[in-house]
Design a binder for this molecule. Structure first.
Ligand code: PLP
Length: 395
């Protein structure tokens, strides 16, 4: 039995998505760029998926969509392309971005770029005043995530777009929307966004396919040079089955947005309130309200997250500590550290992330077992005096 509550790491492929992909892995295998009639279905399938992605993201035209291999490639294409398009040497980002963005900036710093990392408060919310003050004539790029992968906290991307353009019209604006896609309404055209990246495997398409929105007025050079695919923006023979899969996954996600905002949120809230009510050393990391509907990040004080995950895994429950890309390292999460999360729960924080496939029964099962799991681990913590004090203060 698997209770899968790690949907921010990856999601299961929707059966309808898989079904739509299969013909392009079997009969319709033609290279979409070929000149014969056999390639027409492949080429049309890509056009159809591009239109679906345009509608999903709220772009003006399907020509603004470039297919990539993943969210990391979308971010690298946007960031590196923006810096060769804009000559400034200054970049603004946040302390809580995904490693695919942060590590790109670390390597750019070595090449002489100056990067400012904007902080967040204890709720994970961005300091907009600081961001505004940092924008100068030399700022080539501002890059923020739409929703945080560890806490689900949503950044006000529309407001940030207004701030950037009011200070500096030539500064480009990149949004990493990998964790927002399918969870909240996205409308790039009304948000002053120049570039925006998403990844199919976070909204029930397979791993290995992503997309980058590039506003038509921005002439972004390609990251991958070669043939003329994607109108010269990204070389490499198109991954037709995966493009078809992501297009349909985007359409289904759009159709299910209300379900996500109501039902998935209800289940997330049920899980969260149940844990916070029944486990005395549990505390919520992040604000209650300003989050995507599927994510909760809970700190269990004075115990180790890895141990919690192992116990949960024995019960068939999949959750995570930190992001999929940072788990395996013993460093506490850079996101929780930026939020000033107390050291007492920094090492014992667990992210539960749901999807539209999560059921009430699954949440009931987790709630039935989690109290015992945490009590067992708490009993062997070396911090018994502190725990006793905490227990008394919370009763
Ligand atoms: N950005 C965010 C916020 C993410 O959560 C992830 C993946 O977890 C990525 C980017 C990278 O996406 P991909 O795994 O498709 O490269």
């Amino acid at each position: 039995m698997v209770i899968y509550l790690d949907n921010n790491a990856t999601t299961k492929v929707d059966d309808k998505v898989l079904e739509a992909m299969l013909p392009y892995l079997k009969e319709e295998y033609a290279n979409p760029s070929s000149m014969y009639g056999f390639s027409i279905n492949s080429a049309n399938a890509i056009t159809d998926a591009r239109v679906k992605m345009k509608e999903f993201l709220g772009a003006n035209s399907e020509k603004e969509i470039i297919f990539t291999s993943c969210g990391s490639e979308s971010a690298n294409t946007a960031i590196k392309g923006a810096l060769s398009y804009n000559k400034g040497k200054h970049i603004i980002t946040t302390k809580v971005e995904h490693p695919c963005v942060l590590n790109t900036y670390k390597s750019l710093e070595k090449q002489g770029y100056k990067v400012d990392y904007i902080g967040v408060n204890a709720n994970g919310e961005l300091d907009l005043e600081e961001l505004k003050e940092k924008i100068t004539d030399d700022t080539a790029l501002v890059s923020v995530m739409w929703a945080n992968n560890e806490t689900g906290v949503i950044f006000p991307v529309k407001k940030i777009g207004e701030i950037i353009k009011s200070k500096n019209s030539h500064t480009l604006y990149f949004v990493d929307a990998v964790q927002a896609a399918g969870k909240i309404d996205m409308d790039v055209k009304s948000s002053n966004i120049d570039m925006l990246g998403v990844s199919g495997h976070k909204f029930h398409a397979p791993k290995g396919i992503g997309a980058l929105y590039v506003k038509s007025s921005v002439m972004l050079p390609p990251l991958i040079n070669g043939g003329h695919q994607e109108r010269g923006h990204r070389a490499g023979t198109e991954n037709v089955p995966y493009i078809v899969g992501m297009g349909l996954a985007a359409q289904i996600a759009k159709e299910n947005l209300n379900y996500e905002l109501k039902e998935v949120k209800r289940l997330r809230d049920k899980l969260e309130t149940g844990i916070l009510k029944n486990v005395f050393n549990a505390r919520l990391n992040s604000s209650i309200s300003n989050r995507v509907p599927n994510t909760t990040n809970i700190g269990f004080e004075y115990i180790e997250g890895e141990l919690i995950l192992l116990h949960l895994s024995d019960l068939g429950i999949c959750a995570s500590s930190g992001s999929a890309c940072t788990s395996g390292s013993l460093e506490p999460s850079h996101v929780l550290r930026a939020m000033g999360t107390p050291f007492t729960s920094l090492h014992g924080s667990i992210r539960f992330s749901l999807s539209r496939f999560t059921t009430d029964d699954e949440i009931d099962y987790v709630l039935k077992h989690i109290k015992n799991v945490i009590e067992e681990i708490t009993a062997i913590s070396p911090y018994q005096d502190e725990l006793e004090h905490l227990r008394k203060s919370r009763i």
